[in-house]
Ligand binder design. Structure first.
Ligand code: PLP
Length: 399
């Protein structure tokens, strides 16, 4: 038997699972399965908690990549100080919900068409290389527009303990720190509107002390680079990387401690941002899927459900995890019910990779029962191979 991760407190009340005041049973009766439900109020509370924890000089940006579901985006956009996009497609989504919002565009390999779209939209482009800078300047020149350009820095350090490290090594992301001052001077000499630095060192970190240490190092690096370049940066984007507890033994990050430490570390009079996806929306989402078949094989019981890695790849351990572990799951009609057997919950895809829960203790469930997979609000529907094997797409709702 293997452990499951902790059910988020908002959904852990024993009894029928309730999301945004509606039972899971009611939700699937209306919308069917498989279904992603995102709790609007939970997102509002999350942003408010972070806003209260952070110093006023730090803006919150939402990284759309975590969940671009249009109603969710329309809900969160007015709550945050900016939207971070990673493609022209995401840029369009951001412009559709809130044209006047501060938009920043990060990501390697921006095509000329994407640079042009961002320059026309007056978005800040976080430049990932000298070559990208050259192309952006040429496009802006052709358009007769002063481009908003920031430099993404590849720092010499990483965010320790993060699930995905994006610093401290040769990288497709950002310009190596030692080359940054010269690039900043070049942008300014070319007449660009230099918007500052973007320094993103990693994602899915649960170690509060490591996040604090990385933020201190990031503030110091931005200051050193600015001194070397000459002018002060209008904005320093400190990255983010706050994780959420997916697995047994994981504990949440202490955002109040992070905010307090950041208050001590910031340079007075400067403007900062942090850029988060997962922490803002991950816990607000639940994936609901129905048991199609219950079968025994070789002494093990399998609950075969109607959705799996095609919708919720991360829960099957196939989205950037090294060792497969179980996300929190529950029988939707009886959260907290005493387990009475060991089961594996598998999706309908014809591959052994499609396993939502591996040999867990679970209350008895039959065909027709609904299973809830928690922590489905980030990197779920949009980060899964929905077309693989031709199964139906999942529905999504903001409740
Ligand atoms: N910003 C950038 C540049 C990223 O690469 C990522 C994730 O990889 C994010 C923001 C969002 O990270 P998270 O969802 O962990 O907060």
């Amino acid at each position: 038997m293997k452990p499951i991760g902790p059910i988020p407190p908002a959904f852990a009340t024993p009894g029928p699972l309730t999301i945004a005041g509606r039972t899971a049973q009611d939700l699937v009766a209306t919308h069917g399965t498989p279904l992603f439900v995102y709790d609007r109020a939970a997102i509002t509370e999350r942003v408010a908690r972070l806003r209260a924890a952070l110093p006023p000089a730090v803006e919150i940006h939402y990284a759309i990549k975590a969940n671009p579901f249009p109603p969710l985006l329309a809900h969160i956009a007015p709550l945050v100080g900016g939207l971070d996009v990673a493609s022209a497609g995401e840029l369009d989504m951001a412009l559709a919900v809130k044209p006047a919002v501060h938009i920043s565009f990060a990501g390697p390999g921006k095509r000329d068409t994407e640079l042009e779209a961002a320059i026309r939209a007056r978005a800040t482009i976080n430049l990932e290389s000298d070559g990208e800078a050259t192309r952006a300047l040429a496009i802006a020149d052709r358009l007769g527009v002063v481009p908003r350009l920031a430099v993404r820095v590849n720092p010499a350090f990483e965010l320790k303990g993060s699930g995905m490290k994006m610093g401290g090594r040769p990288s497709p992301f950002g310009v190596d720190a030692d080359r940054v001052p010269a690039l900043v001077r070049r942008l300014i000499d070319a007449g660009a509107d230099w918007r500052g630095f973007h320094i993103f060192a990693g994602s899915q970190a649960l170690d509060t002390a490591a996040i604090i240490e990385t933020q201190r190092a990031t503030v110091a690096l931005a200051s050193e680079l600015a001194d070397a370049a000459g002018p002060q940066p209008p904005l320093v984007n400190l990255g983010g990387g706050f994780g959420i507890p997916y697995f047994a033994g994981d504990t949440p990050v202490d955002v109040e401690a992070i905010g307090a430490a950041l208050g001590d570390a910031l340079m007075p009079g400067r403007a900062y941002a942090i850029e988060l996806g997962r922490w803002l929306v991950g816990e607000a989402g639940v994936y609901l899927t129905r048991v199609v078949d219950r079968k025994d094989s070789g002494g093990e019981t399998f609950l075969v459900v109607d959705g799996g890695l095609n919708h919720q790849l991360a829960a099957t351990g196939n989205f950037g995890t090294v060792v497969r572990r179980n996300y929190p799951v529950a029988l939707a009609r009886a959260v907290g019910a005493e387990p009475d057997e060991t089961v594996s919950i598998v999706g309908p895809l014809c591959t052994p990779l499609d396993r939502l829960a591996d040999r867990i203790a679970f209350p008895h469930a039959d065909a027709g029962d609904v299973i809830a997979v928690f922590l489905a609000g980030a990197y779920g529907a949009s980060a899964s191979p929905a077309r693989f094997l031709g199964h139906p797409d999942s529905a999504e709702i903001l409740a």
